[in-house]
Design a protein around this ligand. Structure first.
Ligand code: ARG
Length: 665
């Protein structure tokens, strides 16, 4: 769809210059005193109407791109921002019908006195009007918008502030049922316009090599994205694109043949395998004879010689077992191992297709393909006849679109591979292998992990950090932290173990997810185990505290669920109102993340929920106890409902992030 928008936009701008030209001609005719220029206006008029229609179509198309992910209008359902956006879109259209591409900018207000949400379109529209030669002050524009807000059950009132901000105050009667719904129906995602097949390429380490921290990021981010997609109702396929094919396996197997004679029947243990791998690389680079043997081995492997395939399978199995240990600890399920080898036959087909279509050029013995959006060509066939990472990703994309029928392909891979993916996507578009109007393909890139010295994350001795030892250290440090707090004295052994794992894996995941993924981030156990600030520890504690409130009040979850049907959510106190609004924002946060795949947005929201809850709980008593006896005198059921709804929203966020909160910590 983006390309259609581009096309239409360029046509619209062509028309605009034609219009300008015609206007100029008219002007000249008039200046020259020519009276009979009447024949021009019909043409001009026609162009102008066409141009308006075109612009309307563009804005409509652009809108449907956005709406596909985050619906507006009645379809917005529980998405507050979506509803407001639709209301203001109508107001804008009525107020300024000619401005078909006026952006509808609605967002939650940062400052309470500026209302609950804000619409900031007036300033932009004023600029557009000025550019068109009819300047109006933004305040007047805001008034114009205000006057055209359609009747609705969402907005209590709006006021105009500063240069033209429209502050929106929500109806309490609109928010409270949303919060009640959290308790009676569970935490629901925003409504989905279309269920899609989503293919997520994640983790994707390399066989016989150590899985490194970049793969850990891909695993953690990919897992969270897949949980998000599943939550909203998409059909998700998680693919582990293992590096399990290519020259390096010829190298490794040849070296094993020399060093590990039983290689056809067993694989060396993982540590030795990694050592053999490194040694084979050294030999390959320095020994011509070895290199030749390695190439021969690749041919035997890729030709499918049974004994060699078996040796290769043994190696893959050892590595996969190792990787699986990490996935189990991180609670990553249903990750389908589908390595580069899976595409061997498909790569042959790709090459045939490209050759037949005349898309390949010769370059120094290689066969390459230039793509429209990338300066670097793709290498499709090497000079020795072998395939490359490019070839395999071309085949992979084709397979995911045409065999898996993927409608959204997500590649969670480090930012260092951005050029590679740009070229792959561009090449496949050029070949018409996918239609960007129907299939959305994106590289979800992420930055590198740094040590506390701000250099690339390494051990003291300068080696790559082994993920298993990293997770072990997480466990050790989290137990230490729990003991410092004396938790070992209060919790049973089982509870303590659950808390230890929850904190350890939770803090590692959360530290990764809470940073904007495109930035580099510093890995620091000290920081991530802090119990203040936007950390897993703080949030997990906050959650257990909220959960314990109803325990203290001796009210059962079931009772509260029943009570939710008859008790209204209290919103009279400003802090109650603030909390209710915050909880009601969950669907819009999900909606936005679904589009931009910036998971830290969910973390920021979770942190805000926890803080807003604290503000509420400090001043709004939920349980009143007798000061002398400590006995419960009264329980505020309505407020307990707010506590429950908060816990439910937090639990859902934790779930999407892959964190496991515990009831007691
Ligand atoms: N195995 C690659 C690496 O370790 C990552 C693969 C990412 N996925 C892909 N389709 N290229 O760098």
């Amino acid at each position: 769809m983006d390309s259609l928008v581009e096309k239409l936009t360029s046509r619209a701008s062509q028309q605009e210059s034609q219009i300008a030209e015609l206007k100029q001609q008219i002007q000249e005719l008039q200046n020259g005193g020519v009276e009979d220029w009447e024949q021009v206006p019909p043409e001009l008029e026609k162009l102008q109407t066409e141009n308006q229609k075109l612009k309307y179509r563009i804005s409509h198309l652009k809108r449907s791109i956005v709406e596909e992910e985050s619906q507006g209008g009645d379809a917005a359902g529980n998405n507050v921002c979506g509803k407001l956006t639709e209301i203001f879109r109508t107001a804008l259209r009525v107020a300024y019908p000619a401005l078909t591409n006026a952006p509808v900018a609605v967002q939650p207000s940062q400052v309470e006195k500026f209302g609950d949400y804000q619409c900031n379109s007036a300033m932009i529209i004023a600029q557009q009007l000025k550019a068109q030669g009819s300047p109006v002050s933004p305040r007047v524009v805001a008034q114009q918008i205000q006057a055209n807000i359609p009747s609705n059950d969402v907005i209590e009132k709006v006021d105009i502030a500063g240069p033209g901000f429209i502050n929106i105050h929500l109806k309490k009667s609109f928010i409270t049922p949303l919060v009640t719904g959290i308790l009676t129906q569970g935490v629901l995602p925003p409504p989905l316009s279309k269920k899609r097949k989503v293919v997520i390429d994640m983790s994707s380490p390399n066989i016989a090599k150590e899985m490194h921290i970049g793969h850990l990021r891909s695993t953690i981010i990919g897992e969270s994205i897949s949980r998000l997609m599943e939550f909203v109702g998409h059909d998700v396929l998680k693919v582990n694109h293992l590096g399990d094919w290519g020259t390096q396996f010829g190298m490794l197997i040849t070296h094993l043949a020399d060093q590990f004679p039983n290689y056809l029947n067993e694989s060396p243990p993982i540590q030795d395998l990694q050592k053999f791998y490194k040694e084979s690389k050294v030999r390959f680079d320095g020994d011509e004879e070895f290199k030749k043997r390695a190439y021969k081995m690749v041919v035997r492997l890729q030709g499918g010689e049974p004994s060699i395939i078996k040796a290769w399978e043994l190696i893959c199995d050892i590595s996969k077992t190792e990787f699986n240990k990490i996935y189990a600890r991180l609670d990553v399920k249903n990750l389908i191992p589908r390595g580069e080898s899976f595409y061997q036959e498909r790569m042959n087909v790709v090459v045939q297709k490209l050759e037949a279509g005349g898309h390949l050029e010769f370059d120094d013995g290689r066969k390459i393909m230039f793509t429209p959006d990338s300066a670097v060509p793709l290498t499709i066939v090497k000079s020795d006849g072998g395939y490359t990472y490019d070839t395999s990703d071309m085949a992979t994309l084709y397979q995911r679109v045409h065999e898996d029928k993927g409608e959204r392909l997500i590649y969670v891979v480090d930012a260092g591979q951005a050029t590679h993916f740009d070229a792959i996507f561009s090449g496949c578009r050029k070949l018409g292998w996918y239609d960007p109007n129907n299939v959305r393909i994106e590289h979800v890139s992420f930055g590198v992990v740094l040590g506390e010295d701000k250099k690339k994350f390494k051990t003291r001795s300068g080696d790559v950090v082994k993920l298993v030892s990293l997770l072990d250290e997480g466990l050790r440090r989290s137990l230490e932290t729990l003991k410092e707090k004396g938790r070992d004295k209060v919790l049973t052994a089982e509870e303590l173990k659950a808390a230890q794992e929850s904190v350890a894996y939770g803090c590692i995941k959360y530290a990764d997810l809470s940073h904007r993924r495109t930035n580099d981030y510093i890995f620091s156990f000290d920081k991530m185990l802090e119990d203040k600030g936007n950390t897993a520890v703080y949030l997990l504690y906050a959650y257990t505290r909220i959960r314990s409130i109803s325990r203290k009040a001796e009210v059962l979850a079931e009772t509260l669920k029943e009570a939710a049907k008859t008790t209204s959510i209290p919103v009279e106190h400003p802090k109650e109102w603030k909390l209710a609004k915050c909880l009601a924002r969950f669907p819009e946060v999900i909606s936005r993340t679904l589009d931009d795949l910036f998971i830290h947005g969910i973390c920021d929201y979770l942190y805000e929920v926890a803080n807003t809850f604290t503000e509420f709980y400090e001043v709004c008593y939920c349980i009143v106890k007798n000061k002398q006896t400590g006995e419960i005198e009264s329980v505020d059921t309505g407020r307990l409902l707010l506590c429950e709804a908060t816990a439910a929203i937090m639990a859902k966020c934790f779930d999407i992030l892959g964190l496991h909160p515990v009831e007691k910590m």
